[in-house]
Unconditional design. Structure first.
Length: 412
């Protein structure tokens, strides 16, 4: 081979190596871009709601995800599990599934299982009520403050919050075992209903059915304002929290997000929830919950204002009643003081009369002794006088006899 041929061969080899290098660099960049785009979409949309079914053999090194292409059409794609695991680094691996969740529904079921295991493993119904509904904490100054539980955080209406709070013993009050058991059971059923509602498949007719039910009840109440059963049914619906299937897949995603983010406030768990449901739904869930809380705050202020007005009216009424009673008490107090003065005067007179009576009794006793002595002396005098009278009587009888004798003699 000539020298020129050798030079051209060397140039071709160098060019081939350069093309291979550029191709490898291009492939690495494309792979990096594809991975970044996939991560971006996973962060925005999260994992699939339900496990993706595929005919391919399961692979422990890959995970099936749903991605949306530029044309807006969703498709499934097998990606490296390590790639997705980099997103979930630093998230809570204990509260839900270990590792990367394959679907939102699997994560929700695992959280439900672990949470109810925690609840059922608590020592006592009071601990369950404190975790689910909240508890009254006594402050150093003796006042009480309410610490909300999970159901209070998840509440979607003012009526629901009131119903949940009613499951907590009032400040300073101790419920018996039966009351605590009933309250803990009701709280557990409320949380179970939330999990069931979020897990249910979407049903577009569900909201319309629920709306029609509420309208029918309101119609009954309008026709008969004294219908207590209808009012209780409407109150139960308002305070019962979400139930029934969601209206759409988006609504289902939103329900799952709201439930998961409300169960655990830790930053690591919130990061996992955001990656599981996607930042779009996560942000929407927070926005909706914020709107609900603002509405509840307005309703609470309105309720406090109405309560304050009622309190002011009742206070004025009780104040007038108290003033009237105070006047009556003052009047009765003056009467009582007068009676006390009269009683003291009567007591003084009584004491004086008692002293006089005692003195008269003493004098009577002395007089009785003196009279008794005089009576004894009188009896002695009377006896002597009786003896004298007897002697005089005998003398007079003898004198009479002698006079008779003299007359007899004179007659002869």
């Amino acid at each position: 081979m000539s020298t020129l041929g050798k030079v051209l061969l060397g140039v071709n080899v160098l060019l081939s190596l350069g093309v291979l290098y550029l191709a490898s660099q291009d492939y690495a960049k494309r792979k990096q871009l594809n991975e970044a785009a996939l991560k971006y979409q996973l962060v925005l949309d999260g994992v699939a709601v339900e496990p993706i079914k595929t005919d391919a053999e399961p692979d422990v090194e890959t995970i099936i995800v749903s991605v949306t292409g530029p044309n807006g059409i969703a498709s499934t794609k097998s990606v490296s599990k390590k790639l997705v695991e980099t997103l979930f680094t630093g998230t809570d691996q204990n509260f839900g599934l270990a590792g990367v969740p394959t679907s939102q529904l699997d994560e929700l079921k695992e959280v439900e299982k672990k949470y109810f295991q925690k609840i059922d493993g608590m020592a006592g119904d009071d601990a369950r009520i404190a975790d689910l509904c909240g508890f009254q904490e006594r402050l150093p100054n003796g006042a009480y403050t309410f610490r909300p539980g999970v159901l209070m955080v998840l509440s979607e209406s003012f009526e629901e919050r009131q119903a949940v709070r009613a499951l907590v013993p009032p400040p300073g009050v101790r419920w018996d075992a039966a009351q605590l058991a009933a309250s803990a059971k009701a709280a557990r059923e409320r949380l179970k209903a939330r999990f069931d509602s979020a897990s249910a498949a979407a049903n577009a007719d569900a909201p319309e059915t629920a709306r029609k039910t509420v309208e029918d009840i309101k119609t009954k109440i309008a026709a008969n304002p004294m219908d207590k059963a209808a009012k209780e049914q409407l109150a139960a619906i308002s305070s019962g929290g979400p139930s029934g299937p969601p209206a759409s897949d988006r609504h289902r995603r939103l329900k799952i997000a709201q439930l998961l983010l409300g169960l655990n406030p830790s930053p690591n768990w919130q990061k996992r929830v955001a990656l599981t449901v996607g930042l779009k739904i996560y942000q929407l869930a927070i926005t909706e919950q914020t709107s609900r809380l603002e509405l509840m705050l307005t309703q609470t202020k309105d309720a406090r204002f109405a309560d304050q007005q009622s309190h002011d009216a009742e206070y004025e009424q009780l104040k007038a009643f108290a003033i009237e009673n105070s006047k009556l008490v003052d009047q009765q107090d003056r009467v009582v003081k007068g009676l006390i003065t009269t009683l003291a005067a009567d007591q003084s007179i009584f004491d004086t009369r008692t002293a006089q009576l005692n003195a008269l009794k003493t004098e009577l006793s002395l007089l009785s002794v003196e009279v008794n002595k005089k009576l004894v002396a009188q009896q002695a005098v009377e006896k002597a006088l009786f003896a004298v009278q007897r002697e005089v009587g005998l003398t007079l009888r003898e004198t009479g006899r002698m006079e008779d004798d003299l007359r007899t003699k004179d007659g002869k």
